[in-house]
Design a binder for this molecule. Structure first.
Ligand SMILES: Nc1ncnc2c1ncn2[C@@H]1O[C@H](COP(=O)(O)OP(=O)(O)OP(=O)(O)O)[C@@H](O)[C@H]1O
Ligand SMILES: [Mg+2]
Length: 292
């Protein structure tokens, strides 16, 4: 376990403060579609959680209910114990930052620099501080070279990074990212995970990501939330949620490839059962070597 992982484990064990509590949340679209159905879960300070579920299960609808874009039909969303209905929009942006699934829905200013600055300008922050914070975000996302490019002339993956930079520079307590790794190349995915880990360590924030990549969620996050037809049907550490074959079957999800290989090695007597599931390839290789 790396020192960062060890710190995260200790911090989460000692800290019990909930940054987010969602209680019996319901959301019905104007056409009568009930997209969220008595949905409840909580998220601790400093926790990174992955929301996983099939297409149309309600991930984006949930996220939009958490940042005020959509208003819950009933139920409660508490940020640091305060009901979001009572928080003014401009204050809510400082508490919850949502990076959209599709960057084209989020970016609209003529250039990268102007787009990232937009939220800070709205907050009434002075020009010098804005420049500092935008440059810091550009540097963090490794996109300083794009600062003065027109938005329409950058690639999809680059747009995703610009969208993340625009939210990160607002320093939210809870950073929500709707499928942040979708459409990124393999190195881009690894880099993004590293950047998000770095931000949570430096700023002690909580992170909620939705993803269709079970393998990324399994080896990365502290907690998994499985959503099905607008309801959280399983909540817990990845090694627990992603090894529950009944839940995985019911929600049309697959088990992580590492677990798949581990179980096959056990079934074929290459390794003995009864040990903790490996979180990544390095841990799996250690188990194989130690079983020789
Ligand atoms: N504007 C809308 N009006 C009516 N129904 C909607 C609207 N937007 C989404 N829905 C429906 O709400 C449900 C949840 O959709 P949502 O976009 O939240 O799913 P999702 O889990 O984010 O899916 P994906 O993995 O494809 O991004 C779906 O049945 C969808 O058809
Ligand atoms: Mg979605």
């Amino acid at each position: 376990m790396s020192s960062t992982e060890a710190f995260a484990k200790k911090f989460l064990k000692e800290n019990t403060m909930n940054i987010l509590e969602v209680i019996n949340l319901n959301f019905i679209y104007s056409d009568g579609n009930r997209a969220l159905n008595d949905l409840s879960f909580s998220l601790k300070k400093y926790e990174i959680a992955a929301l996983v579920g099939a297409n149309g299960s309600g991930k984006t609808t949930l996220f939009q209910n958490l940042n005020g874009l959509l208003k819950p039909s009933s139920g409660e969303v508490l940020i640091k114990g305060e009901n979001i209905n009572k928080i003014k929009d401009k204050d809510l942006y400082k508490k919850v930052g949502l990076v959209f699934q599709n960057p084209d829905d989020q970016l609209f200013a003529p250039t990268v620099f102007e787009d990232i600055s937009y939220g800070l300008i709205n907050m009434g922050i002075d020009k010098k501080k804005i420049k500092e914070r935008v440059c810091e975000a550009l540097d963090l996302l490794k996109i300083t070279h794009l600062a003065h490019k027109p938005i329409q002339n950058i690639s999809f993956g680059q747009k995703k990074k610009v969208a993340i930079a625009g939210i990160i520079c607002l320093s939210p307590d809870l950073l929500i990212l709707d499928e942040p790794t979708a459409g990124l190349d393999p190195k881009g995915k690894d880099d993004l995970i590293e950047i998000i880990n770095q931000i949570r360590s430096n700023r002690k924030i909580s992170v909620l990501v939705s993803t269709h990549s079970i393998d990324i969620a399994y080896s990365w996050v502290d907690k998994v939330l499985i959503i099905n037809s607008g309801k959280i049907v399983s909540e817990g550490p990845p090694q627990k949620t992603f090894t529950d074959s009944k839940i995985l079957k019911e929600t049309s999800l697959k088990q992580p490839i590492i677990i798949d290989i581990f179980k096959k090695l056990v079934d074929n007597n290459f390794i003995v059962d009864g040990q903790e599931y490996p979180k990544n390839i390095d841990e799996l290789i250690d188990i194989i070597i130690n079983n020789k």
